[in-house]
Every structure is written in structure tokens, then in C-alpha cells.
Design a protein around this ligand. Structure first.
Ligand code: ADP
Length: 588
């Protein structure tokens, strides 16, 4: 938190000082009124002399309070503006250099939250909450100090509701952090049950399981309701009591009743009681305001922690000896990789991908296909060994050069809020319209684009919906236009429509021409023409060769192939052993 606010610390201190001065000036008119009221009640002849000076003082200090408060707001907003700009720039700069593997696995949501929501939470804290809290804490101090100069016993009495309110409020807030965490978790359970229910509604209904899923949703909402009721029940009494004791009616009642006892006992005069009645409620008021602000302060702190964590996420180290690939031959030597630094997801991988060939990666779900493929565009750095492209270690290739050499088409295609043409042009912004169209035709997506209301100029917004297969073909058009000599492709399986599948296959063969292509294959049938098929299991290469050789070898691949053929012929065979037939996650 401090680290993040360091650059605006000076200006925030100035804003707080201005606000404190403004809040103090804001109390002066009340003191003036109290003095006038005292003179009125005791009928003192000094009123005539003091009236106008007191009125002038009240007006001037009221004006000063206004000016100082506005100045404080101005300073804090300007500081906040600079802070937001600097933070967003730092976040953009940093996230732009984070490993792509980090971003694809969890980053997009976290980055959005930091850049958007967390920076906004800091705005509330820096520009508003800080000054509000300053104001409500300083004003009562002056009021109380003034009351002490009049009668210390009644002044103590005026401070009593504040002390009691603070005590009750701290009791109500005890354990709030843990409860807030539980609150978030309970809400999370409801939303995942709701998502499960609505996303899978067709499947759920088809298999007649709606009751179970529905019950899961109901259980989540019931759980939340129980938790919330018990939370509210335990805190409601104390927090209501806290608000009650600081409420003006209760404070006034206390002062008037005890004051009346003082007056009848002859310990003070009725006139001397007037300032306490006027200023007493103001002394207790901050409790009612600071309480709700505590939540904003906590949210601001949590936001600052998340922003710092994101800014501290390690970048991929950049090389002291940059190198540029010569050619498009890819080699992996003794490559191991681990996500958590303990268990190897890949080990001892030796693999060469020759230019102009297609290599298919097959293997059961979780065997490491996506992880292996992601090492080429350096989504992660290897734990041991090396990946080279055109003789250069990918760790030595500057990012811009690397992405010129390695393109990737993933299953989960992101489209930007821009025209369709600009979405295709992403890999080469200078490309002309005719080049864009040529790429779209080769990727079998041209016809679909011309059906759109404004053709290539149609904005990709929520109004335009491309199917998964269409998105993948758009992404293939992107890759064709970007023309990277090495291409990693995660074959789409999610789109079962055979027409779409055939279009994607056509688009892929265009893509393969003259490139070094690595395909993560989820179905064996689509890779039988690949130059080489690499079978992965448990993060190791267990077999490799072309389709014919692998079948002849009667090894793992041959078994899988036969199992799949049998499955397609309608027999209930051991399909689940098949690397290609098993339902794949789109793991990254
Ligand atoms: P495949 O593509 O063959 O299905 P993956 O490369 O996705 O296999 O996964 C290999 C292993 O690595 C699996 O055990 C998977 O759970 C794990 N894994 C994949 N992605 C991550 C990640 N981002 N963080 C941690 N573990 C991961």
C-alpha cells in the first residue's frame, strides 16, 4: 500500500492538512452560535458588543471551511489522477512483458481486475475516503476542546457516547475480515452452482439430472442464507447499539437530562448548558460516518495488495546475448518442464521439427501436449534443456522477433473489439485489404464474412456471433497473414459439425505449406497424413514415426488407432484409452 502511494504521498499529506484545517474552520460558526446563544439565554449586555464580531467570524470561518475543503478535494483528485495514470501505465508495461503462459492460465481476469476495479478502489480511497475520515475526526476534536474550556465534567459527558460507540463498533467488527472471506466464498459457491445449472441446462435435462444440479444450487443458496443470517444476527445487535448511542437524539437526551440535574443541583447555569446541547451531537457524529468508511479502507488496502502482487509477478528474464533465428528448424534437447518446480510435466524431450513438415502431437489428456507446444512461443521457460528455433535459443530471441517467427492458433480464440479486417490484420497491421481477403479465402472464412452486415468492416462486438469453428478459421487467417515460418496449432475438437471440421482441415493444409507446423491433435484421423506423429504419455515421448510405420510397429499408437476405428464402427470398445477420443480439456 505505502509503496503504491509513495509517489503521491506529499500531495496527500497536503490534502489531509487542508481538509483538517477546513474541518476545524467548519466548527467555528457553531462555537460562535453557541456564544451568541449563551448571551441570549443569560441576557448579558455583552451581546450587543459581541454580536456582529461573532457573526462576521462565523461567516468568514464558514467561507474558509468551504474553500479549504474544496482545495483539499482538488489536491487529492489531482494526485489521484496522476496515481491512476502512473499505475495503469506500470500495469500495462508490466503485464505486456509477463509470460504468455501466465496470462493464458489465469491472467486475463486478474489483469482486468487490477487495471480496472482495483485502481478504481484506490481512487475511492485516495480521493474521497481519506478526506472524509480526516474531516470527521478533526472537527469533533476542536468542539470537544472548546467544551473542556467551559466545563470539564459536561465535556466528559459529551465524549461518553463517542467512546461507547467506538467500543461497540469494534466489537461488531471483530472477526469481520474472516467473515468477509467466508461471505465471498459462499457467494462464489452460489455463482458456480448457478453457472453449472444454466450452462449445462441442455445436458442436465437430457440426462434427467436436473434435480441433482438444481439441488446443488438450492444447497448453495441455503448455505449462504444460513451463514448470512447468523452473521447478521450476531453483529446486528452490537452495530445497532453503536449507531444508537451516537445518534443525536440519544446524545441530546443524555446531555439534557444530566444537564438538568447539574442545573437543579446548582453546579452550572442553564445558559452554560447551551454550548453542550449545540455541540454535543457533533462530537459523537464521526462514529456514524467512519464505520462504513472502514469497509472502503479495507477494500482499498486489498486492491493495493493485489496491484503490488501483479506488479511483482516475475517477468521472463531477457537475455544478455540476444540472438535471431536463422531458418525455421525447431529443436528440443533434453527438455524438462515443471509448473510448480516439483513435479515434471515434461521430461527428457528430444525432438526436431524440420522446415516444411507437419508434426502431430498425440497422447491422452494431461500427457503434456499443450505444455510442450507452448514452449515454442515461450509461454513458459523450460526447467532444463533448451528449445531452439533456427539455431537460436528461444530465451535469447527478443519477444518481437520470436513472435515474427512463431505463430500460434489456439482453440480458445480471442477477438478484439475492432473490425473483422483489423482482427485478421492483427499479426501484420500494414497488410492491405486485398491481402486480408486472400488470407480469409485461404482460411475458408471469406464467405461467412461477406454475409455480415458490413462485410470486412463489421465491428466484432457482442452483436456479431462467430461460432467456435469460425473463430478458429479467423485465427488461421490471422496466422496466414502474419506468415510466421513456425506455427503451433491446437486442433479444434469442440466443433463437432463435420462441415465446419472439413473447412478447418482445408484451411490447415493451406497453412502447412512451406512451414514448420506442430499440431496438437485430439483426433487420430486428422493426423494420419502428418509427416511425423509423436506419441506423448506422462510427459515423455513414447513413440514416434509416420502413420504407416507406427501401425506396423504394433505399439501404443497401433492399439489406439484400432480402438478408435472400432469405436467408430459402433462397437463399444476401449475408447477411453484413446488419446484422441477422450474428451479433451482445452488445457493451457
Ligand atoms: P494435454 O495438452 O496433453 O492435455 P497439458 O500439457 O495440458 O496436457 O497438461 C499436462 C499436465 O500439466 C497436466 O497434469 C496438467 O494438469 C498440468 N497443467 C497444465 N497446465 C497447467 C498450469 N497452467 N498450471 C499447472 N499445471 C498445469
Amino acid at each position: 500500500m505505502r509503496g503504491i502511494l509513495r509517489q503521491v504521498r506529499g500531495r496527500l499529506a497536503l490534502a489531509v492538512a487542508l481538509q483538517a484545517a477546513g474541518a476545524l474552520a467548519g466548527v467555528v460558526p457553531f462555537i460562535a452560535v453557541a456564544r451568541i446563544a449563551v448571551h441570549l439565554t443569560d441576557g448579558s449586555p455583552a451581546l450587543g458588543e459581541e454580536l456582529w464580531p461573532l457573526v462576521t467570524l462565523a461567516c468568514l470561518s464558514g467561507l474558509a471551511a468551504l474553500l479549504l475543503g474544496s482545495a483539499a478535494g482538488l489536491v487529492s483528485h489531482l494526485a489521484d489522477n496522476d496515481l491512476q495514470l502512473a499505475l495503469r501505465r506500470r500495469l500495462a508495461g508490466h503485464t505486456g512483458r509477463l509470460p504468455l503462459g501466465w496470462i493464458t492460465s489465469k491472467g486475463a481476469g486478474e489483469i482486468k481486475r487490477a487495471v480496472q476495479d482495483d485502481v478504481h478502489a484506490l481512487h475511492t480511497l485516495v480521493a474521497h475516503t481519506l478526506l472524509d475520515v480526516t474531516a470527521v475526526l478533526t472537527a469533533p476534536l476542536l468542539a470537544l476542546a472548546y467544551l473542556f474550556t467551559l466545563d470539564w465534567r459536561l465535556a466528559l459527558l459529551s465524549a461518553l457516547p463517542l467512546a461507547l460507540g467506538a467500543y461497540l463498533f469494534s466489537r461488531a467488527m471483530a472477526g469481520a475480515a474472516a467473515r468477509m472471506a467466508e461471505y465471498g466464498a459462499a457467494l462464489g459457491r452460489i455463482s458456480s452452482a448457478a453457472v453449472e445449472f444454466s450452462n449445462g441446462i441442455a445436458v442436465v435435462k437430457t440426462f434427467g439430472r436436473s434435480r441433482q444440479v438444481h439441488e446443488r444450487f438450492l444447497a448453495a443458496t441455503d448455505g449462504f442464507s444460513d451463514f448470512f443470517t447468523s452473521w447478521v444476527r450476531t453483529t446486528l445487535v452490537t452495530s445497532t447499539a453503536a449507531l444508537l448511542v451516537v445518534s443525536p437524539a440519544v446524545v441530546l437526551l443524555l446531555l439534557v437530562v444530566v444537564g438538568a440535574v447539574f442545573v437543579t443541583g446548582g453546579w452550572t447555569s442553564a445558559a452554560d448548558l447551551v454550548p453542550f446541547v449545540l455541540l454535543g451531537p457533533a462530537v459523537a457524529a464521526p462514529m456514524g460516518v467512519v464505520g462504513p468508511r472502514i469497509q472502503q479502507i479495507r477494500a482499498g488496502q486489498a486492491a493495493a495488495t493485489r496491484i503490488s502482487a501483479l506488479l511483482d509477478t516475475p517477468l521472463l528474464p531477457s537475455s544478455a546475448t540476444p540472438a535471431v533465428p536463422r531458418g525455421s528448424r525447431v529443436s528440443m534437447r533434453e527438455v524438462s518442464f515443471s509448473y510448480d518446480g516439483r513435479t515434471d510435466v515434461l521430461s527428457g524431450i528430444d525432438l526436431d521439427l524440420e522446415p516444411g513438415t507437419v508434426t502431430a502431437l498425440v497422447g491422452p489428456s494431461g500427457s503434456g501436449k499443450s505444455t510442450l507446444a507452448a514452449l515454442l512461443p515461450r509461454f513458459h521457460d523450460v526447467t532444463a534443456g533448451a528449445v531452439t528455433i533456427g539455431g537460436a535459443d528461444v530465451r535469447d530471441i527478443p519477444a518481437a522477433d520470436l513472435y515474427r517467427h512463431v505463430g500460434f492458433v489456439l482453440q480458445d480464440v480471442r477477438l478484439l473489439r475492432a473490425s473483422v479486417a483489423d482482427n485478421i490484420r492483427l499479426g501484420r497491421p500494414s497488410a492491405g485489404d486485398d491481402q486480408v481477403e486472400r488470407a480469409a479465402r485461404a482460411a475458408q472464412i471469406h464467405d461467412r464474412i461477406t454475409e455480415l452486415p458490413a462485410g470486412y468492416a463489421t465491428e466484432v462486438t457482442t452483436g456479431v456471433s462467430f461460432s467456435g469453428g469460425e473463430r478458429q478459421r479467423l485465427s488461421i487467417a490471422r496466422a496466414l497473414l502474419a506468415d510466421a515460418p513456425v506455427l503451433v496449432l491446437d486442433e479444434a475438437t469442440a466443433y463437432a459439425d463435420p462441415y465446419c471440421e472439413a473447412l478447418i482441415q482445408d484451411a490447415l493444409s493451406t497453412l502447412a505449406a512451406g512451414r514448420t507446423l506442430l499440431v496438437i491433435a485430439h483426433r487420430l484421423a486428422t493426423v494420419r497424413h502428418a509427416d511425423r506423429i509423436v506419441v506423448l504419455d506422462g510427459g515423455r515421448i513414447v513413440e514416434q514415426g509416420n502413420h504407416v510405420d507406427l501401425l506396423a510397429a504394433e505399439g501404443r499408437y497401433a492399439r489406439l488407432w484400432r480402438a478408435q476405428e472400432a469405436a467408430q464402427a459402433g462397437t463399444t470398445s476401449t475408447v477411453h484409452d484413446s488419446p484422441a477420443a477422450s474428451p479433451e480439456r482445452t488445457s493451457r
